[in-house]
Design a protein around this ligand. Structure first.
Ligand SMILES: [Mg+2]
Length: 388
């Protein structure tokens, strides 16, 4: 079998840049699909895929890890960031080919499944509705009570866990990233800490003590501010507070100086970047993104986390293909805490893949079809092509 073509598909996500797909075609009639990267880089990433793919045309697609290591070593001067994401797009499409070639799910090729279903949380609860409630047809967020209603909605839909961000309801609702755009100080003022406490308090009050609440404070605070927020929220017993902090020692300080569990790592790409954090035990749960670093690297990160007595949580906010890729990861490893899952999305999301995830009582079923278990519907991808 030989690779004959590598193609990019950019599909309108209804929000923050397109969903990015890499399709690899073969002379055996098998096409593999990978969803990769993040939509903000929608010109650069497809161009990087084109650059990387030139040397792959005419080669055997089956030795996936070898192809990845060849790309990694040849691009040794620029292996991180966007290059890592583009390499992931190619690697993920190759895994899909390999699974389809052998007629088995990807996790079967690497020793799984470890499970038949995966617990997920409703992610970006209320967050997307700050900007997109009109197009998604969801209620406006005018008061803290409206945020509490979002929390009840997740529980009514069968979820036992949800994740939100710091949100300011009102006539023009916003989330903290929008409100603080342009500020580099990343301070947690007394007002902001109190506001966060009111928000999480209202949500906890709405759903009771048995539902798991997660808060992502993203990259909005220095360590001092994150400690202040973590301390203020201790009484609400969060499942975790998530933060993108670039210093392992600072994260360890955050972990030790307040009692809310800490999750981090979504921005880290590959074993080498995770290693310094693991050595410090700088987090309680390890965020791992399959779409940003590829399947093999994500699996190796999970296995290294196992050595350090930690569980992973896949970072997963794209189209359904990314959920299928991430489910294949959770089925391939022994140490998973929970998986991210977006519910509010573009109304056409179900149209662009051939299968959609089965969700019951807050669990996604591990797929059983060959490859990832779903495919990009190329006709639908063209219909909803991202126009910029
Ligand atoms: Mg996050």
């Amino acid at each position: 079998m030989k690779i004959t073509a590598i193609e990019n598909f950019l599909v309108d996500s209804g929000g923050r840049g397109p969903w990015l797909f890499c399709a690899i075609r073969t002379d055996a009639g098998i096409t593999g699909y990978g969803e990769y990267g993040q939509g903000a880089l929608y010109r650069g990433l497809p161009a990087l895929i084109e650059d990387l793919s030139r040397s792959l045309i005419g080669t055997d697609p089956l030795p996936v890890d070898k192809i990845f290591m060849d790309m990694y070593r040849h691009r040794r001067a620029e292996t991180g960031g966007a290059t890592a994401m583009a390499m992931a797009g190619i690697e993920l499409a190759l895994w899909d080919i390999k699974g389809k070639y052998h007629g088995v799910p990807v996790y079967s090729l690497v020793g799984g499944p470890f499970r038949e279903k995966q617990r997920v949380y409703w992610s970006h609860l209320a967050t997307y509705r700050t900007r997109r409630s009109a197009e998604m047809g969801t209620p406006p967020l005018r008061t803290m009570d409206d945020l509490a209603d979002c929390a009840r909605e997740a529980v009514d839909a069968g979820y036992t866990a949800f994740k939100t961000n710091i949100i300011f309801p009102g006539e023009n609702p916003s989330m903290i990233g929008n409100m603080f755009a342009g500020s580099n100080d990343q301070n947690a003022s007394t007002d902001l800490v109190r506001h966060t406490k009111r928000q999480i308090g209202a949500m906890r009050e709405a759903v009771g003590p048995d539902i798991d609440i997660l808060l992502d404070i993203n990259y909005n605070f220095k360590t001092e501010g994150a400690i202040a927020i973590g301390r203020a929220l201790e009484e609400y017993e969060l499942y975790w507070m998530e933060i993108d902090n670039q210093d392992p020692d600072a994260l360890l300080q955050l972990k030790m100086q307040q009692r809310t569990p800490i999750t981090t790592g979504e921005q880290l790409l590959g074993l080498r970047q995770y290693q310094p954090y693991f050595r410090k035990h700088a987090m309680d749960t390890v965020k791992v993104d399959v779409q940003w670093q590829g399947f093999s690297q994500a699996k190796k990160v999970a296995e290294l986390a196992e050595v350090y007595e930690m569980n992973i949580a896949p970072h997963n906010y794209n189209s359904h293909l990314s959920s299928f890729q991430s489910l294949n990861l959770t089925a391939a490893v022994s140490n998973v805490r929970i998986m991210e899952s977006d519910v509010d999305s573009a109304p056409w999301r179900d149209e662009i893949t051939t299968n959609v995830p089965e969700i019951k009582d807050g669990f996604m079923t591990i797929p059983t079809a060959p490859g990832w278990g779903t495919e990009l519907d190329e006709a639908a991808a063209k219909k909803y092509e991202f126009k910029g």
